[in-house]
Design a protein around this ligand. Structure first.
Ligand code: CAA
Length: 260
């Protein structure tokens, strides 16, 4: 594929989508969002890819938000279309039928925090900075920040971040529950790859079902969500992975999962 602002690569069963506009701190303009959508489609079509790592090029920024120079002259209708483009892009990340880990290697501001939060979980480098500073620009978050952030860290903490526009460092983001783990910048990618490899060694059918049930069940009533879990759990017993996993346990050997 011919991408202008992203890089896609695969290393065995791990995929990498790198947002690559370092001169503009990897900020998200329309072209980049379109590239990410095409990149997600390429990842989706590559059935050998079991886990995707999303990161930013360079050592300064993950994504410094939506592109302010592009947004500056937008009409209300153009802003609506831009927000919808952002939402659609982040939904493709959230709904990928495989885990997506954000490796946040620097500034993740505005759309940068929003795209990270659309991933399954976030690892960050010590120099990472999170925040939703849109109110300092006279607007407010438009790529899901008012929705995914409160669901992740609670309404009060999300409102504090959104109303103040302040930046938090990686340790503060860890304490708030935005980030799962913090690493020195030099080891962020190695550590993220280690976790991706650990996930990729497990039964992918189980992982895909777990992702679907966690995400779909999150906004359901608990009893409906538990019922969804039961049906998805039973579906797992129609798969080769279930037979292989349990047979391997009984035969005291490592399972050889096929993801089907
Ligand atoms: N859009 C466009 N260009 C951006 C950008 C952005 N969001 N963030 C940085 N850049 C550009 C800068 O304009 C600069 O370009 P030039 O070299 O051509 O001048 C280059 O990237 C380097 O940036 P700085 O010189 O500003 O670097 P710094 O180290 O002094 O500061 C920073 C880094 C604190 C991240 C600062 O760049 C900054 O505050 N960026 C904007 C962050 C922001 O407000 N993000 C939210 C955007 S709104 C949004 O995301 C809406 C939404 O919800 C969808």
């Amino acid at each position: 594929m011919d991408y202008k602002n992203i890089l896609i690569s695969f290393d065995g069963d791990i995929g990498f989508l790198t947002i690559n506009r370092p001169k503009a701190l990897n900020s998200l303009n329309i072209e980049t969002l379109q590239d990410i959508q095409m990149g997600m489609q390429e990842v989706k079509n590559n059935q050998s890819c079991k886990v995707l790592i999303l990161t930013g090029a360079g050592d300064k920024a993950f994504v410094a938000g939506a592109d302010i120079t592009e947004m500056k002259g937008m009409s209300s209708l153009e802003a609506l279309n831009f927000s919808k483009l952002g939402h659609l892009t982040l939904k493709m990340i959230q709904d990928l039928d495989r885990p997506v880990i954000a490796a946040v290697n620097g500034y993740a501001l505005g759309g940068g925090t929003e795209i990270a939060v659309a991933c399954d979980f976030i690892y960050a480098s010590e120099n990472a900075r999170f925040g939703v500073p849109e109110v300092t620009l006279g607007i407010f978050p438009g790529f899901g920040g008012t929705q995914r952030l409160p669901r992740l860290i609670g309404k009060g903490k999300a409102k504090e971040l959104i109303y103040t526009g302040k930046m938090v460092n990686a340790q503060e983001a860890y304490q708030m529950g935005i980030v799962n783990r913090v690493f020195p910048q030099a080891s962020l990618m190695e550590e993220t790859k280690k976790t991706a490899a650990q996930i990729a060694g497990n039964g992918m059918v189980g992982i895909r079902l777990a992702k679907m049930v966690i995400d779909a069940g999150f906004n359901m009533d608990l009893s409906e969500a538990c019922s969804l879990e039961s049906y998805a759990f039973s579906f797992g017993f129609t798969t080769e992975d279930q037979k292989e996993g349990m047979t391997a346990f009984v035969e005291k050997r490592k399972p050889n999962f096929k993801g089907k």
